[in-house]
Design a protein. Structure first.
Lengths: 802, 288
């Protein structure tokens, strides 16, 4: 007898597997072509002349020598582009500055030439005459009565303020004070809650400048085709928003703007806004009638790309003796820099942490964002949450100590549970917060080490050990900021059952191509290798709001699943019809249509595709889906359930503090994240590890030193990124709370891992030494000074403008 | 875009010195300091750029009587692994292990590190406490002449030395250690490597019966050049290394240096580090 066994294809899930990123081999092998590598036929090379003064009037600009230099094609100043429109969220920023410079990064002129070297030489030939103005180097100075204005109202020929139509942008109309934005939020009765408190603590916290340090510096190529349509090769994280904005600046139909994203060497939020260099590059291309490429040098990237939002914050917190939180009152002063970008809007996220990370009956939050002559802040992974968490989680330890309660028990007593609706209107559907705290604490042996370290503070030897915990809440199901928070997908199968997944979601190194492929393959029973992802061309891909708010896996994932399920339904219906069976009894596995119950193959999927295609009623499998999360916009009081899901985490940091040098060595990080469900375990671990290291840099080493508006360390020698030997041991675990709305139960996690580290490190240093430090970063000298009582505690009295 | 008019790559010392004698020459060895500094506009190229990488006999470590002789073109990576250096001047190898990154160590040379004359140069402090001397060759009258200078006297300011424009630094000589010789190097940076020193400390001497004699103490990054610390040396010379002597040495060290404030540290913190780490190093020497 020679009878083969009946083939059976078992269901093999891809969910939770460790799947290599699709782009990893080419990136590791150095084969990826970034914008730096791109050459467009006929393209020119552009450079920007930036201000050499922090705050000054421009008296004259002479570009004649630069224009005369052989190889120079175009030199532009503000006078050459009278139609330029202000950019940025507050419309206070003209790309080319004609009358006044307000920070050292300010763009005065731009050159397009045959080579970078010629463009650079031309910049040196441009003569600018300035008249210096007083420099506002700190937000405290900016709000003093009579402080010089950063955006004064322009005067007419008679020296009187010009009368301009209402809604004239700030860039033209100016601003009567230095206040760029305000945020005021409240829930509950603060006075009553304070009266009911047994313990109240109040401290100020100082958060510093850091910047993204993307390995791929900012860059763009702009060109106009014969019909005047604009094509941009751009590193942006938000191509669809930019398409619309660039059209507005050029006063053309948005359909005439096409954005293609070459592989992006890191974003982390830095490429979420429009910057002057992009608009200037478009102006140059328009004037030169040639493609123009502009790529920053590393020094320029430090000087002229956005920073994380520096914040001065005063927090007042109270609780009862039994450990119940009563209230929080927060006043922050945000240093906006000279122009307004997304950094100014970080209070959207900060107030969520204050109002909703723990149950707190009353919360009062105020931010004033003020103009200064400093570099301006943009969005950066965590979006204000690192700053808020730094303050709040130190106060959690301090309150616990005051009432003699264990810091873990204190947190657990006030931690949120599933089903709660917070004062701000956030509704926690899936919530593994308490399990995050207990898991991280148990795995790190937090309780024992915390007690031992306190007992050993006065032991011999200069090195003290410390352990600290911090927790976080962040959006995990998108954030409804724009009219839509959705993402579109187009999915097609070819004659060989290969899938092309056309998604609006951009890949910026976070692994979205891989996880989206995985979700599609899980539905269609195909290997990851069967999927090609197309995600970088606004002329092809459907709309997506962009890469921000840890939203891509959740939003684009649901969108991809929607398209895949429609394809699957179509395939199974066709198979059932052709093979005369019940489509409900069929499934897709291992490249076959199978009988779901037995796994018995019905037909190879590729064969079925060809049968469908090359038949009398020729048909292809192509589907579309648009996913819009069931979240809502906040109302004017900042209340509303803005995200479809919320992510939670607790991280325990262990340190060794050398009390004779101030060096803090981070030895171990134990992190537990509520991710909803683990999709790509490898990708998730990579995100967490990278985020922890970013948080470590924020806590210990990174510091963009800005003195009187001048960035003192625009290079990797003096701006200290964490290097490989400094990276701590990590123990990373996941809580699977199975979110009901999430793709396969997952929630977003991109920003989460960076958020707690500085706060936990502060608590660990206190545990080691008994000294609490209220300002970042914990560089050796800062720590040494604090240990010797030689540093000033930040002080910012509660303040808001009248 | 540079002023370089001529590139020379001599094969012999004689030829190289002849080119130097003509004047207006920028010397290129590993290039790890020269390239970034010219690019940043801190130093300007002279009309002749002379690459000495191919000059025979300037590379490698050998024994030369009672001396260890290190050719100027020996790279930091080679020093780090060289068995003679590891045996006779381990503190130099130790310093090389804290020097920049592998890529820079592979290209950067000892001669370049010395001629760059940075107050924070990583090999300078250990070489000074080892009583190293530099060998300078020139060809003023058609024939090659050589002179030697103690390294401790070689530096005159940041980026400035006593090397004459027509001289080439050909080698460094380090006396072979006497019995009982100990040497320690400490570099304070905010990370394990790839950092410019905030301060560095070298201590050497002959340890006998719990006391140090022939003491050499040198500090980096606390003055315009790496400096010997004669008062600290005097405070420690010949004294048993007990707590009192160590405290006196550390206190003297703190008073003896006059560093500046910069982006890396304040003067106050540098003095604190000099005190605390001198004490820590002396404790280790005493306990060893």
């Amino acid at each position: 007898m020679n009878v083969a066994e009946k083939p059976v294809i078992a269901a093999a899930s891809l969910i939770g597997q460790r799947i290599q990123k699709k782009d990893a081999p080419e990136k590791a092998a150095g084969k990826t072509r970034y914008i730096q590598d791109m050459v467009v036929p006929g393209m020119l090379h552009a450079k920007i002349l930036r201000s050499s003064r922090v705050h000054a009037k421009i008296k004259s600009i002479d570009t004649s020598a630069a224009k005369a230099l052989p190889g120079v094609h175009v030199v532009l100043t503000a006078a050459d582009v009278p139609d330029q429109q202000p950019i940025g969220v507050a419309r206070d920023h003209l790309p080319l500055k004609g009358e006044r410079v307000r920070s050292l990064r300010d763009e005065i002129a731009a050159v397009a030439a045959d080579s970078d070297e010629i463009a650079e030489a031309a910049l040196k030939l441009i003569r600018v005459e300035y008249e210096d103005l007083p420099v506002i180097a700190s937000p405290e100075d900016a709000i003093k009565p009579g402080a010089p204005l950063i955006h004064p109202t322009p005067l007419d020929a008679h020296g009187r303020p010009q009368s301009l139509p209402p809604k004239t942008p700030i860039a033209f109309a100016g601003k009567p004070d230095n206040i760029a934005m305000r945020f005021d939020y409240t829930h509950g009765d603060i006075a009553q809650a304070e009266a009911e408190s047994d313990v109240v603590v109040e401290d100020s916290f100082q958060l510093h400048y850091v910047t993204h340090c993307c390995m791929g510096v900012s860059g763009v190529i702009a060109e106009f085709d014969a019909s005047g349509n604009l094509l941009m090769y751009s590193n942006t994280q938000v191509p669809f928003l930019h398409k619309r904005e660039f059209a507005e600046y050029l006063n053309i139909d948005p359909s005439r703007v096409r954005i293609i994203q070459p592989p992006i060497g890191g974003g982390f939020g830095s490429k979420l806004d429009i910057y002057p260099f992009e608009v200037i590059c478009i102006f140059l291309a328009r004037a030169a009638k040639r493609p123009v490429k502009m790529v920053f040098t590393r020094e320029e990237e430090f000087l002229a790309s956005p920073t994380r939002q520096p914040v001065l914050l005063t927090l007042r917190s109270g609780c009862r003796k039994d450990g119940t939180l009563t209230f929080r009152q927060v006043h922050t002063l945000h240093d906006n820099g000279a122009y307004t970008s997304w950094g100014a809007t970080t209070p959207f996220v900060m107030m969520q942490t204050f109002s909703s990370l723990y149950r707190v009956p009353a919360c009062d939050y105020h931010t004033t964002v003020v103009y200064t002559n400093n570099p301006y802040a943009g969005s950066f992974r965590g979006y204000g949450n690192l700053q808020a968490t730094f303050a709040i989680e130190q106060h959690m330890d301090m309150l616990a100590e005051k009432i003699g309660m264990d810091p873990l028990d204190f947190r657990l007593k006030n931690a949120q549970d599933a089903g709660e609706v917070t004062g701000q209107g956030m509704t926690f559907k899936s919530c593994g917060f308490k399990e995050c705290i207990t898991t991280a604490a148990e795995r790190s042996d937090y309780r024992k080490k915390h007690a031992d370290n306190i007992a050993n503070r006065n032991a011999r030897g200069p090195v003290k050990r410390g352990i600290g915990i911090a927790s976080m809440l962040h959006v995990g199901g998108g954030a409804k900021i724009y009219p839509s928070d959705g993402c579109g997908t187009i999915l097609k199968l070819d004659d060989f059952a290969n899938v092309t997944l056309i998604t609006g979601a951009s890949e910026i190194g976070q692994g979205s191509e891989t996880v989206l492929s995985q979700l599609v393959c899980e539905e269609l029973g195909l290997p990851i290798s069967a999927v090609t992802v197309v995600n970088n061309d606004t002329a092809i891909t459907p709309w997506d709001v962009g890469v921000h708010a840890s939203r891509t896996t959740f939003i684009a994932g649901n969108s991809a699943i929607g398209a895949a399920r429609k394809a699957k339904a179509k395939i199974l219906a066709a198979a059932a019809k052709k093979h005369d069976c019940d489509e409900a009894a069929l499934d897709l596995r291992g490249g076959f249509v199978v009988v779901a119950e037995t796994g018995e193959p019905v037909v190879e999927l590729a064969r079925l595709m060809r049968n469908l295609h090359f038949s009398d009623k020729a048909e292809l499998v192509m589907t579309t889906f648009y996913y819009e999360p069931p979240s809502v916009h906040q109302d004017k009081a900042f209340k509303g359930d803005v995200s479809a899901a919320y992510a939670w985490a607790a991280q325990v940091v262990e340190v060794e503090v050398d009390t004779e040098t101030g060096i803090v060595k981070m030895t171990k990080v134990t992190g537990t994240h509520d991710v909803g469900r683990v999709l790509n375990r490898l990708g998730l671990e990579g995100q967490i590890e990278g985020g922890v290291v970013m948080g470590q840099g924020y806590a210990l080493t990174e510091n963009l030193i800005v003195e009187n508006g001048v960035t003192r360390n625009p290079n990797f020698r003096d701006y200290k990124l964490v290097t490989a030997p400094e990276i701590p041991e990590m123990d990373i675990t996941f809580v699977e709370s199975m979110d009901g709305e999430g793709p396969q139960g997952a929630k977003g996690v991109g920003e989460a891992p960076a958020i707690c580290i500085a706060a936990a490190a502060a608590n660990a240093i206190h545990n080691a030494t008994g000294v609490r430090i209220f300002g970042l970063p914990f560089t050796p000298e800062a720590v040494y000074r604090a240990l010797r009582g030689k540093s000033d505690k930040p002080h910012w009295p509660a303040w808001k403008p009248e | 875009m540079t002023a370089i008019e001529r590139y020379a790559a001599p094969q012999s010392l004689d030829e190289a010195l002849g080119i130097l004698q003509q004047g207006e020459v920028t010397i290129l060895a590993g290039g790890t300091d020269l390239m970034p500094q010219t690019k940043a506009g801190r130093i300007a190229f002279k009309p002749t750029l002379m690459n000495i990488g191919r000059v025979a006999g300037l590379k490698g470590v050998s024994l030369d009587g009672a001396y260890l002789r290190i050719g100027a073109l020996t790279t930091i990576s080679e020093l780090l692994r060289d068995p003679l250096v590891v045996q006779h001047a381990p503190v130099l190898a130790e310093a090389c292990d804290q020097f920049a990154s592998d890529q820079i160590r592979n290209a950067g040379t000892l001669g370049g590190n010395i001629n760059n004359a940075s107050p924070a140069g990583d090999t300078l402090v250990p070489l000074i406490v080892l009583d190293a001397e530099v060998e300078l060759a020139s060809k003023p009258n058609g024939s090659v002449t050589t002179r030697r200078l103690p390294l401790a006297e070689f530096f005159t300011g940041p980026g400035r030395t006593k090397r004459a424009a027509n001289e080439l630094l050909t080698a460094v000589r380090v006396p072979l250690p006497q019995p009982g010789h100990v040497a320690r190097f400490y570099k304070f940076g905010t990370r394990p490597a790839l950092d410019i020193s905030t301060i560095s400390i070298g201590i050497a001497g002959i340890k006998r019966d719990g006391a140090l004699t022939d003491i050499r103490v040198a500090f980096g990054a606390v003055a315009p050049t790496p400096v010997r610390a004669p008062r600290t040396e005097a405070a420690l010379e010949g004294r048993p290394l007990d707590a009192e002597a160590i405290a006196a040495g550390a206190d003297t060290a703190r008073d003896e240096v006059s560093p500046i404030d910069d982006v890396r540290a304040t003067a106050w913190y540098r003095k604190e580090l000099i005190h605390n780490m001198t004490k820590r190093m002396l404790d280790h020497v005493a306990q060893a």
